[in-house]
Design a protein around this ligand. Structure first.
Ligand code: SF4
Length: 969
């Protein structure tokens, strides 16, 4: 192995960030001659110098021979794998022409884009889409936090996703396994546990984290909603909630108490496979050890139709225990009020209302698309003056877009840009997704590698990777902290970053260059950071000198700001936003899509519970399967099965087995281990085989269907969460059997589309677009305002307040408008700010000041004047007189203006300073006063300064050459 000397001449150390999962660990990259020669974890970052096996593979990644390095144009049939390498800008131009043609023929909404997991710069994609006019951008976000975030925001005004563990007495880790997935996280938890923190782990598996818990809650996969509702019942009916907090800050608590009356531990026991006493124990441990935290786990968002009702109930558990926004509880940061938010970079104002209404899925899954986002966003603007990004929090429903490509319902989607995602592996109903990619009229992919999506594309663009781009981390644009890393090297070959791709495509489509003023990410990020007022002159300065920005921790904001950030200003136990959208305002139990109680006929044929969707090292989603350097750690797909069940099914460790649901079957090898329940199997996500020739089998390119758990999941509308739209990954019913000698090869009939009730007849089940809701809406009429709403205002029924439509300022009882951001007062007629110090109004746009009668205040030489005022509003020195006409003090007949703040007279012509006794001019260079009439100078105490006579110069002392000069030489 070659020794690398990082101290050698010409080696530069660059502070970068890892880009292989959204932990974005700190990386130090050592660069020589434009190449990275070594990386290591940054010891001064949250990863404390550690990097996982993915992070340490960054050098293999940047130079991997399978990377796509140039723009490719399809020249053969779709999927044939025949490409022409063309210049990047030419490819951009050709793609732009085709997109504009589709827009002209079918409307901008016929162009959609699919994105991957959050890393950075998603605002750039939305900026492109908004200007193009399409509402149809989407990610896999509905399986990861977004529905939870929106439900929590309906309850309390923002997601309480920041824990303050130092002051907490209890922590619930629900559906997460930091012991296996988070660098450094588990260390911190167990250290705090030694100091008294109680840790509860809710997980069907006896995971690494569960093994450290004070209380392990092994619930049936997919029964989280039942457990949460029964905990809520227990906390309320055993009187363990926070009485004072509920009395003062919760609205609708009595309705909630009545609503959860029947959700007893006895009711939940058969659903959750827990004993009633276990449910009571977990409820008591959390409620009686206050303050406490509940950490979100992505399980909450992966149960399909039972997802959001569970996260809604968990949000209420937190709320009634008073664990919101308090020391030791769950923190609610709100949007950044310092640096620019992602939303401020998205140009959402460019998307017309009629285009918003066309967002696919927004008529079915309203909470996470324009209808819900608009209500939540308007409220956030009235509260903070800023809001959430539309990326992630307001998206088209991905599976519905894929269905629209196939069926043309609700309208044809003709073009899809796949940016940094591998949809066949990451979206539910993999075969339907693959069919959509094959069938898409115009498909474009931006990626590192040749994926199934890239294989069927018309153009493929190479993406710049981890070390080739700067990175910022703002947690989906939903928090007020900021972390940054520099690019270590410029992108190699013809690779470009996401922002460059969207910017170039936008400009080629004819978008206004002024809307894309930043040529590089560094320029854009500097623009984002500028409002912080840090002493930096570029983005790289920020990384070098600051690296991260955390505003001071603000807790108990709801007390100092006079309420929570909901429309009513209270924690809403019966959410007004959900009711307005036609949903129940309180969490109502719904079972996961297949289970022994609600669907016994399915359980009879498929008796084993299947849970999918978990991640595992060394992969992240479907990434890194190409990397031989880490693939050897986990070369084949393995599922977990309990020894008891394995013995019953005559399965041994390592056997290839079929796992089958009503939607198809996949092959995995058995990992026989006792950590799973005897009637549960656990199958990890993401598997494909990029080492195979993709074009060799277009029914299963790169083996993308044969071990892919998304063949087993469902995206049928009826199986999706009615509020958030997430689809069903967990709590499914399956059967498991060993691959037979004559039944071990993948066949196209092994995978089916989502068809409840049959796996024998392929087809696409789509809810017709005229059946708008996946569930019956609850009739609800928005109350009407008691009086006529003045023009330019809107009435918010939940709080009974009027707000300005454009600025979202609240009309106060006093008749003034309140700015949500500064809490300052503004004039209700003009919007001008009240300046208490100067007792005047200020127009912040022009900087002009006005009297309280809205008359412009005159200034002379920058000094406020009061023409017509008989008496001076400030003390006037006795040698000066008050000039009523001019409105300022004067010295004799001099034309100077007296400045009461500095005590000087100012010459309005020249701006020069003059003393207020004699009118002498202040000479700043000599720091003295000059009487212009006589030329005499005085010090600041009016003592005359007499110039010293210069000594006569002797001939010897004369400077060299002086005598010669005198002689005229
Ligand atoms: S891939 Fe590993 S090193 Fe990179 S950010 Fe994620 S946890 Fe950190």
């Amino acid at each position: 192995m070659t020794e690398i000397d990082i101290h050698a001449d010409g080696v530069e150390m660059v502070k970068s960030l890892c880009y292989f999962c959204h932990a974005n660990c700190g990386v130090l990259a050592y660069v020589k001659d434009g190449d990275v020669i070594k990386i290591e974890g940054d010891p001064d970052y949250s990863n404390h110098g550690g990097l996982c096996c993915r992070g340490t593979s960054a050098l293999l990644h940047v130079n991997h021979p399978a990377r796509i390095n140039h723009a490719l144009k399809r020249v053969g049939e779709k999927g044939e794998g025949k490409w022409e390498q063309i210049p990047y800008d030419q490819a951009i131009q050709e793609v732009a022409e085709k997109l504009n043609q589709i827009k002209a023929e079918s409307g901008a909404e016929a162009v959609a884009t699919a994105g991957g997991t959050t890393r950075t710069d998603d605002w750039a994609r939305r900026r492109f889409l908004n200007q193009f006019g399409s509402p149809n951008g989407f990610h896999n976000a509905l399986l990861c936090w977004i529905p939870t975030f929106m439900a929590e925001t309906c309850v309390a005004g923002w997601s309480p996703f920041e824990t303050d563990l130092g002051g907490a007495k209890c922590l619930i880790l629900w559906g997460m396994n930091p012991g296996a997935s988070t660098l450094g996280g588990m260390d911190g938890y167990t250290d705090l546990q030694k100091a008294g923190l109680k840790i509860i782990v809710v997980d069907p598996r006896y995971s690494e984290t569960a093994s450290k818990a004070d209380l392990w809650v092994p619930l049936r996969p997919g029964s989280d909603a039942a457990l949460a509702l029964a905990m809520l019942h227990t906390i309320i009916y055993e009187g363990m909630y926070d009485f004072n907090f509920v009395n003062e800050w919760c609205d609708g608590f009595d309705e909630l108490r009545e609503h959860v009356k029947d959700y007893t531990p006895e009711w939940a026991a058969p659903i959750t496979w827990l004993k009633p006493e276990q449910i009571r124990e977990v409820a008591r441990m959390y409620a009686m050890n206050r303050p406490g935290c509940i950490q979100w786990g992505c399980t909450w968002d992966q149960i399909g139709r039972a997802s959001t009702t569970g996260s809604h109930a968990i949000a209420l558990i937190r709320a009634v225990c008073g664990n919101l926004d308090v020391p030791g509880g769950d923190g609610m940061p709100g949007p950044s009020l310092g640096f620019l938010t992602d939303e401020e970079m998205e140009a959402n104002e460019c998307l017309p209302e009629e285009q918003k209404a066309k967002q696919i899925g927004s008529n079915k899954f309203k909470l996470t698309s324009w209808p819900g986002y608009q209500l939540i966003s308007d409220n956030a603007k009235r509260t903070w003056g800023k809001t959430l990004p539309t990326e992630w929090f307001c998206e088209a429903h991905g599976p519905s877009v894929f269905k629209a490509i196939i069926t043309g319902d609700p309208y044809p989607v003709r073009a899809l840009i796949v940016n940094a995602t591998n949809p066949v592996n990451s979206y539910g109903d993999a075969k339907m997704t693959l069919q959509a990619l094959k069938q898409c009229e115009f498909l474009v992919t931006v990626d590192y590698w040749m994926t199934p999506a890239a294989l069927f594309s018309d153009y493929v663009f190479p993406a710049a990777g981890a070390l080739e781009r700067p990175t910022i981390v703002t947690h989906y644009g939903a928090t007020d902290s900021f972390m940054g890393g520099r690019r270590a090297i410029q992108p190699k070959y013809d690779r470009h970053t996401d922002m460059t791709f969207w910017r170039k495509l936008g400009l080629a489509c004819g978008q206004d260059p002024e809307m894309w003023p930043w040529e590089t990410e560094e320029e854009a990020y500097y623009h984002i950071l500028k409002p912080l007022g840090l002493s930096i002159s570029c983005y790289n300065d920020f990384v070098d000198y600051y690296r991260m920005y955390y505003p001071p921790l603000h807790q108990n904001k709801f007390i100092t700001n006079g309420g929570f950030w909901t429309p009513s200003g209270k924690v809403e136990c019966n959410s007004s936003i959900l009711r307005q959208l036609g949903y129940s305002g309180m969490p109502t139990y719904i079972g996961c899509i297949e289970n022994e109680i609600d669907t016994p006929e399915i359980a009879e044929e498929y008796p084993i519970v299947l849970t999918t969707g978990g991640g595992f090292m060394p992969y992240h989603h479907s990434e890194h399967f190409q990397m031989e350097g880490i693939r050897f750690l986990y070369p084949d797909p393995y599922f977990s099965i309990n020894p008891e069940l394995a013995e019953k099914l005559k399965i041994e460790y390592g056997d290839w087995c079929w796992i089958e649901t009503r939607r198809g079957r996949i092959k995995m090898r058995a990992n026989v281990e006792p950590e799973v329940h005897p009637n549960v199997v656990f199958a990890p996500r993401g598997w494909w085989f990029p080492e195979r020739d993709g074009s060799a089998d277009l029914d299963n390119p790169f083996g993308c269907l044969e071990s892919n758990v998304n063949v087993l999941t469902s995206v049928d509308d009826w199986d999706c969460d009615p509020m958030g739209g997430s689809w069903a990954n967990r709590g499914l019913m399956c059967k498991v059997y060993k691959c037979g000698e004559f039944d071990k090869e993948y066949k196209p009939s092994d995978t089916q589309f989502s068809i409840p009730g049959s796996s024998k007849e392929p087809g696409v089940t789509v809810m017709p677009s005229d059946q708008h809701l996946a569930r019956e809406p609850i009739p609800f009429e928005v109350p009407q305002p008691p009086e006529e709403v003045p023009e330019g205002y809107e009435w918010v029924w939940q709080s009974g307040n009027l707000y300005t439509k454009d600025t979202h300022f609240r009309l106060d009882e006093s008749g003034w408008l309140i700015n949500p951001r500064t809490k300052g007062y503004h004039d209700a007629y003009t919007g001008w700010r009240y300046d208490a110090a100067n007792e005047c109004l200020v127009d912040d746009e022009t900087g002009k000041m006005y009297t309280m009668d809205r008359e412009e205040i005159p200034f002379v030489a920058g000094i406020r004047c009061y023409p017509g005022s008989e008496a001076a509003p400030y003390e006037v020195p006795e040698q000066l007189t008050w000039d009523v006409a001019k409105g300022h003090a004067v010295l004799g007949d001099l034309a100077f203006v007296y400045d009461p703040n500095s005590g000087w007279l100012i010459d309005p012509e020249t701006g020069a300073f003059h003393d207020a006794y004699y009118g002498y001019t202040y000479d700043a260079e000599r720091a003295c006063l000059v009487d212009e009439a006589s030329g005499r100078c005085f010090d600041m105490g009016y003592n005359e300064l007499v110039a010293e006579e210069p000594e006569p110069a002797s001939e010897e002392a004369a400077p060299e050459g002086a005598a010669a000069a005198e002689e005229g030489e």
